[in-house]
Design a protein around this ligand. Sequence first.
Ligand code: SF4
Ligand code: SF4
Length: 376
Amino acid sequence: MATASIPRVSASVVVLKAALQKIFENLRAAGFTLVGPRVRDGAIVLDEIAALDDLPRGWTEDKQPGRYRLVPGRNGQYFGFTVGPHSWKQFLHPPSALLFTARKSNGAWVFEPAKPQAPQYAFIGVRPCDLKAIALQDRALLEGPVPDPHYRARRRQVFLLAANCGEAAATCFCTSMKTGPRASTGFDLALTELPDGFLIDVGSETGSEMLQDTEWEPATAFDLGRATQALQRAERQQRELRTDDLPRLLYSNLEHPHWDEVAARCLSCGNCTLACPTCFCTTVEDSSDLRGQVARRTRVWDSCFTGDFSQVHGGNTRPTIRSRYRQFLTHKYASWIDQFGTVGCVGCGRCMTWCPVGIDPTQEVKAFRVSPARPK
Ligand code: SF4
Ligand code: SF4
């Protein structure tokens, strides 16, 4: 056992499952707060964790469009599930962030910009689709001409421990979107759960250091073969989405009557956008104290499904559910490519799972292929 040294970056090693506890301890000793999956309120959510026992060992999810149930999993695995309702954006791009405070002083307003908060998080068990979602949010919030200081402060501190998927849910379509089930880049460590341990790919120097004092061994061909088998199981997915011609398909069907059929089912509740790990839209809210001496501006998540979101100069650019759903779908699969050079969907399936009426984007896109351009 190689306990005294640490593996090189890009090495693949195997550890016993209990060694993950030592990695957690190393992360905590390095100043990280651990955030990972745990069972709460009948779901697997993301929250602060302290130890291996906090993980949802032995649980998985039964997911369908509009349905989520926690059910016993097989083999008592620590990571035998996929993604719950939460995504990591709640920690990197929080639902509410104070932007500035204004105080009245000697009859004049004095403005104090909020200092971006920068907690030092270690994200435990990031799925490959969610790693890609973080990369998409980086593109939107970090890599443009005006980076978001709040996102930047959090993002530069984060440690990413990814968990490759050994099984896909019925709502997953990461193979279509080429985002999973294996993480290829963007992690510090990436694990694949085996029956008797974890195969761990080392992605960074910091990741390598976190294996200090664990009993790791270089992965053998047998270990790599077992990991590949697990990933192949997760590649067999019930849903697929053809991506080669999405902008052409959607832009050429902007007046298709199918949008009316979706609008008849969609409640315009915005659940899909709030659960989506790549959606990043916000609005601002102002508040003041009762004496009118202190005011605050806070940035909060918003959604293209809310009426106020598209209200401009006394008119609404998307006054109907038809136009709002069309905005959601065409942004994800067409205009996101115009903006950022890639689609805005990672195939995690959260939007259909948490849609109260089970609207499934893979089926909505397919409808245009089955019956293309029927102009009104
Ligand atoms: S698609 Fe579903 S989740 Fe999204 S706004 Fe419509 S009803 Fe709500
Ligand atoms: S659009 Fe749906 S499937 Fe795609 S990333 Fe967002 S929540 Fe996941």
